[in-house]
Write a protein that binds this ligand. Sequence first.
Ligand SMILES: O=C(O)c1ccccc1NCC(=O)[C@H](O)[C@H](O)COP(=O)(O)O
Length: 217
Amino acid sequence: MPPRIKICCISSREEAALAISCGASALGLVAAMPSGPGVIAEDLIAEIAATVPPPIATFLLTSETRAEAIIAQHRHCRTNTIQLCDEVEPGAYARLREALPGVSLVQVIHVTGMESVDQALAASPHVDALLLDSGNPTLAVKELGGTGRVHVWSISRMIRDQCGIPLFLAGGLNVGNVADAVAAVQPFGLDLCSSVRSDGSLDATKLREFMAALGIG
Ligand SMILES: O=C(O)c1ccccc1NCC(=O)[C@H](O)[C@H](O)COP(=O)(O)O
């Protein structure tokens, strides 16, 4: 079975409808970030999320690290999933579970080296899935996604084999490398942004080519 596809950086109802029609199982809606090309206003996230049919997952991408700030943002945006793009404060997972029952939690791990394996194992008991990406949260202006860069997939594979929960692979995936990425990591899902866009807009031709490379659509 091919991996599930999450199309990120969705910026309009039309892009959401296009992604779903091409076979996406999940959509990413990017709230305020320190850097990156995909940010949209929370009002627009709420508007798009409200149009998406129930079988499709809607991910609110947050850079907030405090539970109360994430809860407030989610009450505005009303997605069915929250993607935590940075390391959250101690106790945040329990507080989010208490305040937002029924909302799925996905923790991003930026794969920077072997230390990422320990970070993934520490987070995995508390969340519904991990998403392995190629950002760099240690920079003065943090990179939390949308970089278009690949990371070391052999580390992602170690995490996949040890963490015991569904795993999305992200970071620089494109029509030319996706088959190798799937073979190397065997993820539950794939997440992508840059490679299926032209001049910032979701490109139907690129998206269909990507899906076709996976036998989807
Ligand atoms: O796109 C952004 O601006 C962004 C900024 C900060 C966190 C996430 C962001 N984008 C969403 C994603 O999670 C991307 O799909 C993921 O990083 C992969 O992006 P790409 O390497 O461009 O395929």
